[in-house]
Design a protein around this ligand. Structure first.
Ligand SMILES: *Cc1c(COP(=O)(O)O)cnc(C)c1O
Length: 361
């Protein structure tokens, strides 16, 4: 068996030690005589897996006690609609700061229930930066302010949590949750699909402040009501048990790696190595303003894309570097370097990029 370096944006690479543990427990989870996929979610074995995952997640992300942690399904895409159903709370609109395509999708989905006020947008500049906070047109009567902490397609990431006053801040953190320490108390709600940085697809994490739940719009399904989900410990119906279990192992791995400050420092080193190389020459380019560059997703273009892109991808694959094709919306390449991508993977990518320029540039 030989494993590649997988730069896919999601589903994405997982820590090898976690996969090995899953493999060793696949047929018989710790003497249960069955694997986790086969367990009833009501069994005491699975209940212990679920509660251990929440405890480890709370520890790793330093989630304050007045926040609920919910394990839902439907991905971040379902949350684009579920968030307004729960958080409009009698108000008619929410503010959106658009830094990429995912935020645009969230702003579109709220219109079934209320109004999206676009407080700021970088779309006219092809989402190559975060609009300056001073220019945001926030509405004091908005139900919440929505941001995308990391725009996966464009490679644009908030470095600081923006101050938005008394209106709750809501974040789609699908592609950068747990990439470095984060002050959860600055948010009203954080949501994230698991399949970028914390586990297999199928699970959606929601971290929400207690006082914001329990006021859903009429017509909201029970399974989409955060209060009902919280009251039933995310087991109103059958949860995504296997993904929940693997996410739990990933949170244990994060603890063993030294927690988010150690993992965040490693992520910063990986991103810096790649951006430093890109900035040091003229063949590859990244269009994002330096302060707003993502440490998780690094898009880059090649000179003479028409002739070089296909060759680059072909050679990368032969060198064991996969998943580098950029999103169709922006073209070029994208290296997703989530928590589980080792520094050796980034070094191998940079070596390959240098070699490609040397032979074909
Ligand atoms: C991947 C992604 C989504 C969509 O996630 P699904 O789980 O496919 O619904 C939404 N927002 C961001 C920032 C993403 O990276």
């Amino acid at each position: 068996m030989s494993r590649i370096f997988n730069f896919s944006a999601g589903p994405a690479t997982l820590p090898e030690s976690v996969l090995k543990q899953v493999q060793s427990e696949l047929l018989d989870w710790r003497g249960a005589g069955m694997g986790v996929m086969e367990m009833s979610h009501r069994d005491k074995e699975f209940m212990s897996i679920a509660s251990q995952c929440e405890a480890d997640l709370r520890e790793v992300l330093a989630v304050p006690a007045n926040y609920k942690v919910l394990f839902m399904q439907g991905g971040a895409t379902a949350q684009f609609g579920i968030v307004p159903q729960n958080l409009l709370r009698g108000k008619t609109s929410a503010d959106f700061v658009l830094t990429g395509d995912w935020g645009k999708k969230a702003a579109k989905e709220i219109t079934k229930f209320g109004k999206a006020n676009i407080a700021a947008s970088a779309e006219a500049e092809k989402f190559n930066h975060i609009p300056d906070r001073a220019g945001w047109k926030l509405d004091p009567n908005a139900a919440y302010v929505h941001i995308t902490t990391n725009e996966t397609i464009h490679g644009v990431q908030f470095r600081e949590v923006p101050e938005v006053g008394a209106v709750p801040l809501v974040a789609d953190a699908s592609s950068d949750i747990a990439c470095r320490p984060l002050d959860v108390s600055k948010f009203g709600l954080i949501y994230a699909g698991a399949q970028k940085n914390i586990g297999p697809a199928g699970l959606t994490l929601v971290i929400v402040r207690d006082d914001l739940i329990g006021q859903t719009l009429p017509g909201t399904f029970g399974i989409h009501d955060y209060k009902a989900v919280a009251d039933n410990e995310s087991m109103l119906n059958t949860p995504s048990t296997f993904s929940w279990y693997v996410c739990g192992l990933v949170f244990q791995w994060l603890k063993a790696e030294g927690g988010l400050s150690a993992v965040g420092a490693r992520n910063e080193r990986k991103a810096k190595a790649l951006y430093d190389y890109i900035d040091s020459q003229d063949f590859y380019k990244n269009p994002v303003k330096k302060e707003d560059r993502s440490i998780m997703n690094v898009p880059f273009t090649l000179a003479n894309a028409e002739t070089n892109d296909a060759e680059f991808l072909k050679g990368a694959k032969a060198a064991g570097l996969n998943g580098l094709k950029g999103h169709r919306a922006v073209g070029g390449m994208r290296a997703s370097i989530y928590n589980a991508m080792p520094e050796a993977g980034v070094a191998a990518l940079i070596d390959y990029m240098k070699e490609f320029v040397r032979t074909r540039g």
